[in-house]
Design a protein around this ligand. Sequence first.
Ligand code: NDP
Length: 246
Amino acid sequence: MHDFKGQTVIVTGGTRGIGKGIAEGFLKAGAKVIVTYTTNEAAAAQFKQDNSQFAENIDIQKLDVTKYEEVEKFFKYTDTKYGSFEVLVNNAGIRKDSVLAMMKESDWHDVMNVNLAGIFYMCKFAVKSLMRKRYGRIINISSVMERYGFEGQANYAASKAGLSALTKSLSKEVATRGITVNCVSPGFIATELIEDLPDKLRESYLARIPLKRFGSTEEVAACVLFLASKEASYVTGSTLEVTGGL
Ligand code: NDP
Protein backbone atom coordinates (compact mmCIF):
# COMPACT_ATOMS: atom_id res chain seq x y z
CA MET A 1 0.00 0.00 0.00
CA HIS A 2 1.44 3.38 -1.00
CA ASP A 3 1.21 6.34 1.35
CA PHE A 4 -0.27 9.55 -0.08
CA LYS A 5 -0.79 11.39 3.21
CA GLY A 6 -0.11 15.10 2.72
CA GLN A 7 -0.55 14.85 -1.06
CA THR A 8 -3.28 16.43 -3.17
CA VAL A 9 -4.53 14.43 -6.13
CA ILE A 10 -6.78 15.51 -9.04
CA VAL A 11 -8.90 12.84 -10.77
CA THR A 12 -10.98 13.96 -13.77
CA GLY A 13 -14.25 12.09 -14.28
CA GLY A 14 -13.68 10.78 -10.77
CA THR A 15 -17.21 10.35 -9.45
CA ARG A 16 -18.08 7.14 -11.30
CA GLY A 17 -16.58 4.20 -13.19
CA ILE A 18 -12.82 3.77 -13.30
CA GLY A 19 -12.29 7.31 -12.03
CA LYS A 20 -14.30 6.53 -8.90
CA GLY A 21 -12.17 3.44 -8.23
CA ILE A 22 -9.02 5.54 -8.65
CA ALA A 23 -10.27 8.38 -6.44
CA GLU A 24 -11.28 5.89 -3.72
CA GLY A 25 -7.86 4.23 -3.92
CA PHE A 26 -6.16 7.58 -3.23
CA LEU A 27 -8.60 8.42 -0.42
CA LYS A 28 -7.86 5.10 1.29
CA ALA A 29 -4.14 5.85 0.91
CA GLY A 30 -4.56 9.14 2.79
CA ALA A 31 -4.60 11.72 -0.04
CA LYS A 32 -6.78 14.79 -0.38
CA VAL A 33 -8.64 14.20 -3.65
CA ILE A 34 -10.23 16.73 -6.00
CA VAL A 35 -12.68 14.78 -8.15
CA THR A 36 -14.31 16.33 -11.19
CA TYR A 37 -17.44 15.50 -13.16
CA THR A 38 -19.44 17.23 -15.89
CA THR A 39 -23.19 16.62 -15.82
CA ASN A 40 -24.02 13.54 -13.74
CA GLU A 41 -25.08 15.16 -10.45
CA ALA A 42 -26.55 11.89 -9.15
CA ALA A 43 -23.21 10.09 -9.50
CA ALA A 44 -21.44 12.99 -7.78
CA ALA A 45 -23.90 12.84 -4.85
CA GLN A 46 -23.51 9.06 -4.66
CA PHE A 47 -19.71 9.38 -4.63
CA LYS A 48 -19.95 11.78 -1.68
CA GLN A 49 -22.29 9.45 0.18
CA ASP A 50 -20.21 6.32 -0.50
CA ASN A 51 -17.09 8.04 0.79
CA SER A 52 -18.54 9.99 3.72
CA GLN A 53 -15.79 8.66 6.01
CA PHE A 54 -13.27 10.65 3.95
CA ALA A 55 -15.46 13.80 3.71
CA GLU A 56 -12.74 16.20 4.85
CA ASN A 57 -10.41 14.92 2.11
CA ILE A 58 -12.89 15.20 -0.78
CA ASP A 59 -13.43 18.23 -3.01
CA ILE A 60 -15.93 17.64 -5.84
CA GLN A 61 -15.73 20.15 -8.70
CA LYS A 62 -17.72 20.51 -11.91
CA LEU A 63 -15.34 20.72 -14.88
CA ASP A 64 -15.70 20.16 -18.59
CA VAL A 65 -12.17 19.34 -19.79
CA THR A 66 -13.04 20.40 -23.36
CA LYS A 67 -13.43 24.06 -22.26
CA TYR A 68 -10.01 25.72 -22.20
CA GLU A 69 -11.12 28.66 -20.03
CA GLU A 70 -12.83 26.33 -17.55
CA VAL A 71 -9.65 24.28 -17.22
CA GLU A 72 -7.58 27.44 -16.68
CA LYS A 73 -10.05 28.59 -14.00
CA PHE A 74 -9.95 25.15 -12.36
CA PHE A 75 -6.17 25.30 -11.92
CA LYS A 76 -6.38 28.88 -10.58
CA TYR A 77 -8.87 27.54 -8.03
CA THR A 78 -6.63 24.61 -6.99
CA ASP A 79 -3.57 26.88 -6.77
CA THR A 80 -5.45 29.37 -4.59
CA LYS A 81 -7.13 26.78 -2.38
CA TYR A 82 -4.35 24.19 -2.02
CA GLY A 83 -1.18 26.03 -3.06
CA SER A 84 -0.19 23.07 -5.19
CA PHE A 85 -0.93 19.45 -5.93
CA GLU A 86 1.22 16.38 -6.55
CA VAL A 87 -0.77 14.04 -8.80
CA LEU A 88 -3.03 14.54 -11.84
CA VAL A 89 -4.99 11.57 -13.19
CA ASN A 90 -6.54 12.35 -16.58
CA ASN A 91 -9.28 9.76 -16.51
CA ALA A 92 -12.25 11.52 -18.18
CA GLY A 93 -13.01 9.89 -21.50
CA ILE A 94 -15.91 9.04 -23.78
CA ARG A 95 -16.64 6.75 -26.72
CA LYS A 96 -19.09 7.30 -29.58
CA ASP A 97 -18.82 4.18 -31.71
CA SER A 98 -19.79 3.57 -35.31
CA VAL A 99 -18.06 2.23 -38.39
CA LEU A 100 -15.98 4.97 -39.97
CA ALA A 101 -18.01 5.26 -43.18
CA MET A 102 -21.12 6.02 -41.12
CA MET A 103 -19.44 8.09 -38.41
CA LYS A 104 -20.93 11.52 -37.81
CA GLU A 105 -18.45 14.36 -38.01
CA SER A 106 -19.59 15.46 -34.53
CA ASP A 107 -18.84 11.99 -33.09
CA TRP A 108 -15.27 12.22 -34.38
CA HIS A 109 -14.76 15.70 -32.89
CA ASP A 110 -16.54 15.00 -29.58
CA VAL A 111 -14.30 12.02 -28.86
CA MET A 112 -11.14 13.89 -29.89
CA ASN A 113 -12.15 16.88 -27.79
CA VAL A 114 -12.65 14.96 -24.55
CA ASN A 115 -10.04 12.21 -24.93
CA LEU A 116 -7.22 14.25 -26.46
CA ALA A 117 -7.73 18.05 -26.47
CA GLY A 118 -9.08 17.89 -22.90
CA ILE A 119 -5.94 16.13 -21.73
CA PHE A 120 -3.74 18.64 -23.56
CA TYR A 121 -5.53 21.46 -21.68
CA MET A 122 -5.26 19.68 -18.32
CA CYS A 123 -1.57 18.85 -18.82
CA LYS A 124 -0.71 22.34 -20.02
CA PHE A 125 -1.92 24.05 -16.83
CA ALA A 126 -0.87 21.18 -14.53
CA VAL A 127 2.69 21.21 -15.79
CA LYS A 128 3.04 24.96 -15.15
CA SER A 129 2.12 24.37 -11.53
CA LEU A 130 4.16 21.17 -11.08
CA MET A 131 7.29 22.70 -12.64
CA ARG A 132 7.33 25.32 -9.88
CA LYS A 133 7.20 22.49 -7.35
CA ARG A 134 9.80 20.39 -9.20
CA TYR A 135 7.77 17.28 -8.41
CA GLY A 136 4.71 15.71 -9.96
CA ARG A 137 3.01 12.63 -11.29
CA ILE A 138 0.70 12.71 -14.31
CA ILE A 139 -1.16 9.52 -15.22
CA ASN A 140 -3.25 9.43 -18.38
CA ILE A 141 -5.90 6.74 -18.76
CA SER A 142 -5.52 5.32 -22.23
CA SER A 143 -7.04 2.12 -23.61
CA VAL A 144 -5.78 -1.11 -25.10
CA MET A 145 -7.65 0.00 -28.25
CA GLU A 146 -4.77 2.40 -28.98
CA ARG A 147 -2.64 -0.66 -29.74
CA TYR A 148 -5.16 -2.88 -31.50
CA GLY A 149 -7.68 -0.58 -33.13
CA PHE A 150 -11.17 -1.97 -33.26
CA GLU A 151 -14.05 -1.99 -35.69
CA GLY A 152 -16.44 0.83 -34.84
CA GLN A 153 -13.84 2.65 -32.74
CA ALA A 154 -11.67 4.57 -35.22
CA ASN A 155 -12.27 7.84 -33.34
CA TYR A 156 -11.74 6.31 -29.88
CA ALA A 157 -8.67 4.26 -30.88
CA ALA A 158 -7.10 7.26 -32.65
CA SER A 159 -7.71 9.50 -29.63
CA LYS A 160 -6.05 6.99 -27.30
CA ALA A 161 -3.10 6.40 -29.65
CA GLY A 162 -2.66 10.18 -29.76
CA LEU A 163 -2.73 10.23 -25.97
CA SER A 164 0.11 7.71 -25.86
CA ALA A 165 2.19 9.94 -28.15
CA LEU A 166 1.33 13.03 -26.08
CA THR A 167 2.40 11.17 -22.93
CA LYS A 168 5.78 10.12 -24.37
CA SER A 169 6.52 13.63 -25.69
CA LEU A 170 5.50 15.42 -22.50
CA SER A 171 7.49 12.98 -20.35
CA LYS A 172 10.66 14.04 -22.17
CA GLU A 173 9.88 17.75 -21.79
CA VAL A 174 9.43 17.64 -18.01
CA ALA A 175 11.77 14.82 -16.92
CA THR A 176 14.45 17.12 -15.50
CA ARG A 177 11.83 18.88 -13.37
CA GLY A 178 11.02 15.79 -11.33
CA ILE A 179 7.71 15.18 -13.12
CA THR A 180 6.83 11.76 -14.51
CA VAL A 181 4.12 11.23 -17.14
CA ASN A 182 2.74 7.76 -17.83
CA CYS A 183 -0.29 5.97 -19.23
CA VAL A 184 -2.38 3.24 -17.67
CA SER A 185 -4.03 1.31 -20.44
CA PRO A 186 -7.03 -0.76 -19.35
CA GLY A 187 -8.59 -3.55 -21.37
CA PHE A 188 -12.24 -4.28 -20.66
CA ILE A 189 -13.26 -2.95 -17.27
CA ALA A 190 -16.76 -3.41 -15.87
CA THR A 191 -18.17 0.15 -15.91
CA GLU A 192 -21.06 2.03 -17.53
CA LEU A 193 -18.80 2.78 -20.51
CA ILE A 194 -19.12 -0.81 -21.70
CA GLU A 195 -22.52 -1.58 -20.16
CA ASP A 196 -24.32 -1.03 -23.46
CA LEU A 197 -22.33 -3.68 -25.35
CA PRO A 198 -24.63 -6.15 -27.12
CA ASP A 199 -24.53 -9.61 -25.46
CA LYS A 200 -22.93 -11.27 -28.47
CA LEU A 201 -20.11 -8.73 -28.59
CA ARG A 202 -19.63 -8.97 -24.81
CA GLU A 203 -19.21 -12.77 -25.10
CA SER A 204 -16.78 -12.48 -27.98
CA TYR A 205 -14.67 -10.01 -25.96
CA LEU A 206 -14.69 -12.32 -22.93
CA ALA A 207 -13.57 -15.23 -25.10
CA ARG A 208 -10.53 -13.22 -26.24
CA ILE A 209 -9.37 -12.27 -22.73
CA PRO A 210 -6.88 -14.85 -21.37
CA LEU A 211 -8.10 -14.27 -17.78
CA LYS A 212 -11.71 -14.83 -19.04
CA ARG A 213 -13.26 -11.91 -17.15
CA PHE A 214 -13.57 -8.14 -17.31
CA GLY A 215 -11.30 -6.23 -14.93
CA SER A 216 -12.43 -4.21 -11.92
CA THR A 217 -11.95 -0.51 -11.25
CA GLU A 218 -9.88 -1.44 -8.17
CA GLU A 219 -7.46 -3.37 -10.39
CA VAL A 220 -6.93 -0.28 -12.55
CA ALA A 221 -6.61 1.92 -9.47
CA ALA A 222 -3.80 -0.27 -8.07
CA CYS A 223 -1.71 0.43 -11.19
CA VAL A 224 -2.45 4.15 -11.09
CA LEU A 225 -1.44 4.37 -7.43
CA PHE A 226 1.85 2.64 -8.20
CA LEU A 227 2.71 5.10 -11.00
CA ALA A 228 1.64 8.01 -8.78
CA SER A 229 3.82 6.87 -5.89
CA LYS A 230 7.25 8.25 -4.98
CA GLU A 231 8.55 4.68 -5.47
CA ALA A 232 7.82 4.88 -9.23
CA SER A 233 10.42 7.63 -9.65
CA TYR A 234 12.30 5.93 -12.53
CA VAL A 235 9.20 5.15 -14.63
CA THR A 236 8.23 7.79 -17.16
CA GLY A 237 6.92 7.91 -20.73
CA SER A 238 5.64 4.37 -20.33
CA THR A 239 2.32 2.55 -20.58
CA LEU A 240 1.20 0.04 -17.97
CA GLU A 241 -1.40 -2.31 -19.44
CA VAL A 242 -4.21 -3.73 -17.26
CA THR A 243 -5.87 -6.07 -19.70
CA GLY A 244 -6.15 -9.57 -18.26
CA GLY A 245 -3.52 -10.62 -20.79
CA LEU A 246 -5.05 -9.29 -24.05
P1 NDP B 1 -17.53 6.24 -17.62
O1 NDP B 1 -18.37 6.53 -18.80
O2 NDP B 1 -18.05 5.31 -16.57
O3 NDP B 1 -17.14 7.64 -16.91
C1 NDP B 1 -16.61 8.69 -17.68
C2 NDP B 1 -16.27 9.85 -16.78
O4 NDP B 1 -15.77 10.91 -17.60
C3 NDP B 1 -17.49 10.41 -16.06
O5 NDP B 1 -17.12 10.77 -14.74
C4 NDP B 1 -17.85 11.67 -16.85
O6 NDP B 1 -18.46 12.71 -16.08
C5 NDP B 1 -16.47 12.12 -17.30
N1 NDP B 1 -16.53 12.97 -18.48
C6 NDP B 1 -17.15 12.74 -19.67
N2 NDP B 1 -17.01 13.81 -20.48
C7 NDP B 1 -16.28 14.72 -19.79
C8 NDP B 1 -15.81 16.03 -20.08
N3 NDP B 1 -16.07 16.65 -21.23
N4 NDP B 1 -15.09 16.69 -19.14
C9 NDP B 1 -14.82 16.10 -17.94
N5 NDP B 1 -15.25 14.87 -17.60
C10 NDP B 1 -15.97 14.20 -18.52
O7 NDP B 1 -16.14 5.75 -18.17
P2 NDP B 1 -15.08 4.69 -17.58
O8 NDP B 1 -14.96 4.88 -16.12
O9 NDP B 1 -15.38 3.36 -18.10
O10 NDP B 1 -13.75 5.18 -18.32
C11 NDP B 1 -12.82 6.03 -17.72
C12 NDP B 1 -11.59 6.11 -18.59
O11 NDP B 1 -11.08 4.80 -18.82
C13 NDP B 1 -11.88 6.70 -19.97
O12 NDP B 1 -10.79 7.50 -20.37
C14 NDP B 1 -11.97 5.46 -20.87
O13 NDP B 1 -11.65 5.75 -22.20
C15 NDP B 1 -10.95 4.56 -20.21
N6 NDP B 1 -11.14 3.14 -20.49
C16 NDP B 1 -12.27 2.46 -20.07
C17 NDP B 1 -12.41 1.11 -20.33
C18 NDP B 1 -13.58 0.32 -19.86
O14 NDP B 1 -13.64 -0.88 -20.22
N7 NDP B 1 -14.50 0.85 -19.11
C19 NDP B 1 -11.37 0.38 -21.07
C20 NDP B 1 -10.24 1.18 -21.45
C21 NDP B 1 -10.15 2.49 -21.17
P3 NDP B 1 -20.05 12.63 -15.68
O15 NDP B 1 -20.11 11.60 -14.57
O16 NDP B 1 -20.45 13.99 -15.22
O17 NDP B 1 -20.78 12.20 -16.92
